[in-house]
Design a binder for this molecule. Structure first.
Ligand SMILES: NC(=O)C1=CN([C@@H]2O[C@H](COP(=O)(O)OP(=O)(O)OC[C@H]3O[C@@H](n4cnc5c(N)ncnc54)[C@H](OP(=O)(O)O)[C@@H]3O)[C@@H](O)[C@H]2O)C=CC1
Ligand SMILES: O=C(CO)[C@H](O)[C@H](O)COP(=O)(O)O
Length: 466
């Protein structure tokens, strides 16, 4: 049996898949799990790679199986269980060992944990992993946050298990401490907006245009072969074509209309606001999931006020152009949040590199990311994707289509939390003079807050204070 190069603790959906990926790619790995059942199941699944797997019955056994300096990757909930895990494991480790949190963590917690381990002579890495179970098993996209030394130690393993894009592994060091988990959080925020945008189009096609799930599946399949090509469009086509195994017809009709959320979308919005930024498309998606949980309220409101909505006339080419423009706006917001965080935390995040490592393995992988990476490499004016010359034709064609779509849908009674937010974002940003002068006057009126004048003169208050 080969000596383990890395340990994986937590053999749930993601941990088991990552450990199998490592073993398959020639990385000897020691594994353990809190409860025995998943370890036994893992050992059975890992049989083809048994020579590169050391199964350990306890955390202490796992630590003992690793040569110092140790690399120990934990794939467990990155909330309270991670802190409890650190309490348990830290006394077992030696100076120079590295603990990797590969779960979805709030980057503030990652920063605190990194400081805690550093004080004890240990290294802590926050590793964003995207791609779900399939990605973890065969090649995820990974966003590394930690010291340069820990990157040097881990890079050979991570590059080997990452998804390749044109031969290059989709993994890189984003920066120190929480940088990797922050980038993963924003990735998930974009994921939320993309999913909700797709759901809005599904609603329009299903209830506005009267199409069946199978017809909509075929449409998403066609879009998946064009500029909207992406993992989320592909799986939408598959999901909508699927029939319920209990005979309820299309499986989508058998599923409760209530979306779950574990926190990353919400964190993206909270961090955007903290940074003085906006994440209105992502907030639209988070809100839609929250409203979906209020089934009783929606039933009562529907009974009181009616559920009618009008039929829609939808042109599939216009819809494609509108969706592409909205997707550009969604990524533009995401990258603005990343840029703001990079400045705030002195991370030096490289936008082009982030787009590049999102091109394969992750949930938001999309053909568009190639152009986004290119736009940043070309030097998007003021670092803004919206101003990148290569997106000018996409926006010129797509914004009128998006406007017509939103206008028609809103007039007919369809909610578009994300597509509507995309248009408002665009229409706000293209007006050099907006509505803030009135806001400033109001603030001055009630709170003597003062304002700057357009002519540069010094009168800081309105006539109401003369
Ligand atoms: N599923 C996904 O698509 C993705 C998930 N992630 C992140 O990966 C991490 C794991 O998720 P996933 O694999 O889906 O989850 P699972 O529920 O499949 O597995 C959870 C794992 O965590 C262990 N665990 C739970 N609580 C504790 C605890 N208090 N102490 C020790 N171990 C504990 C479980 O052990 P036991 O078997 O004993 O219960 C199990 O091994 C999470 O942080 C998640 O956010 C990241 C990207 C994608
Ligand atoms: O990180 C992921 C995908 O990238 C996980 O699947 C995550 O759980 C998705 O978030 P949520 O559960 O809130 O939808």
């Amino acid at each position: 049996m080969a000596a383990a190069r890395i340990g994986v603790y937590g053999l749930g959906t993601m941990g088991a898949a990552l450990a199998l990926n490592m073993a398959e790619k020639g990385v000897a790995v020691a594994v353990a799990n809190r409860s025995p059942g998943p370890l036994e199941a893992f050992v059975a699944r890992a049989e083809p790679f048994a020579a590169r797997i050391t199964a350990c019955g306890s955390l202490a056994e796992l630590i003992a199986a690793l040569p110092a300096p140790r690399l120990l990757l934990a794939m467990i909930p990155s909330t309270a269980p991670m802190d409890a895990f650190l309490d348990e494991v830290m006394p077992l480790l030696e100076r120079g060992d590295t603990v990797i949190d590969a779960g979805n963590a709030d980057f503030h917690a990652t920063r605190a944990r990194a400081a805690r381990l550093e004080a004890a002579g240990l290294q802590f890495v926050g590793l964003g992993v995207s791609g779900g179970e399939e990605g973890a098993r065969h090649g995820p996209s990974m966003m590394f946050g930690g010291s340069e030394a820990s990157w040097q130690a881990l890079e050979p393993i991570l590059s080997r298990i990452a998804a390749p894009y044109e031969g290059a592994p989709c993994v890189d060091r984003m920066g120190p401490d929480g940088a990797g988990h922050f980038v993963k959080t924003v990735h998930n925020g974009i994921e939320y907006a993309d999913m909700q945008m797709i759901a809005e189009v599904y609603d329009l096609l299903r209830h506005g245009a009267g199409q069946s799930p199978a017809e909509i599946a075929a449409q998403f399949g066609r879009w998946s072969k064009g500029p909207l090509e992406s993992y989320l469009f592909e799986i939408t086509a598959t999901v909508l074509a699927a029939e319920d195994s209990h005979g309820a017809g299309p499986v989508v009709d058998a599923i409760l209309d209530r979306a779950g959320q574990k926190g990353t979308g919400r964190w993206t919005v909270i961090e955007a606001v903290r940074l003085g930024q906006s994440a209105t498309l992502i907030e639209g998606a988070v809100a839609a999931r929250a409203w979906s949980a209020e089934g009783d309220l929606r039933a009562a409101a529907g009974a009181a006020f009616g559920t009618e909505r009008d039929a829609l006339q939808l042109d599939m080419n216009a819809l494609e152009a509108a969706l592409l423009a909205a997707r550009v706006l969604e990524y533009a917001q995401g990258f603005r949040i990343l840029a703001a965080a990079s400045a705030e935390y002195a991370w030096d995040l490289e936008a082009a590199r982030i787009a590049e490592i999102w091109r394969a393995g992750c949930i938001i992988r999309a053909r568009l990311l190639d152009d986004i990476a290119g736009a940043f490499r070309d030097g998007a004016p003021e670092g803004q994707l919206l101003l990148a010359p290569r997106f000018a034709p996409v926006l010129a064609a797509g914004i009128p289509a998006l406007r017509a779509l939103v206008a028609q849908a809103v007039a007919a009674g369809y909610p578009l939390p994300v597509l509507g937010a995309a248009l408002a974002f665009w229409d706000t940003l293209r007006q050099p003079r907006g509505t803030a002068a009135l806001i400033q006057a109001q603030r001055d009126f009630f709170g003597r807050h003062g304002f700057d004048r357009v002519d540069g003169q010094d009168a800081r208050h309105g006539p109401w204070w003369d």
